[in-house]
Design a protein around this ligand. Structure first.
Ligand code: MG
Length: 159
């Protein structure tokens, strides 16, 4: 049996000098406002995984009202989610991620991000794809107020 899931996440820029994207630290003129480390790619990925398995969303499993997750690395959310799926017999087949941002540009970090996400999902690097786009200066992303990410995953389980 196979199932597909999708995820979407947004964070506003705030004080700071870097952003976390796909578990990789990228220097930037701003940080993001978030309870955890605010990694939009990994948050969208978690929601895609949970959605595929019919397990709700990231807010149910890792609520931002819980002090345990203050400043928490989002890689831990992905690892816990993968373990949750594995406990139900699901394994990930592939993940396709899209970052929407005017900046930072991730071209130079693409391979590192794919490798990191693949490791978190226990997949070979070519099973993870990262796309990036601006929004042609339109909307909150275009105005540089924040960044957004979308994720699609396929999961499978032996019948
Ligand atoms: Mg988030």
């Amino acid at each position: 049996m196979i199932r597909v899931g999708s995820g979407l996440d947004v964070h506003a820029f705030g004080p700071g000098d870097h952003v976390m994207l796909g578990g990789v630290r990228i220097d930037h003129v701003a940080g993001v406002l978030a309870h955890s480390d605010g990694d939009v790619l990994l948050h969208a990925l978690c929601d895609a995984l949970l959605g595929a398995a019919g397990l709700g969303d990231i807010g149910q499993h890792f609520p931002d009202s819980d002090p345990r997750w203050r400043g928490a690395p989002s890689s831990g959310f992905v690892e816990a989610t993968v373990a949750m799926l594995a406990g139900r017999g699901w394994r990930v087949v592939n993940a396709d991620l899209t970052l929407l941002a005017e900046a930072p540009r991730v071209g130079a970090h693409r391979a590192a991000i794919c490798a990191r996400v693949a490791a978190l999902l226990q997949l070979p690097p070519d099973a993870v794809n990262l796309k990036a786009t601006t929004t042609e200066r339109l909307g909150f992303v275009g105005r540089g107020e924040g960044l957004a990410a979308q994720a699609t995953v396929l999961i499978e389980r032996a019948p």
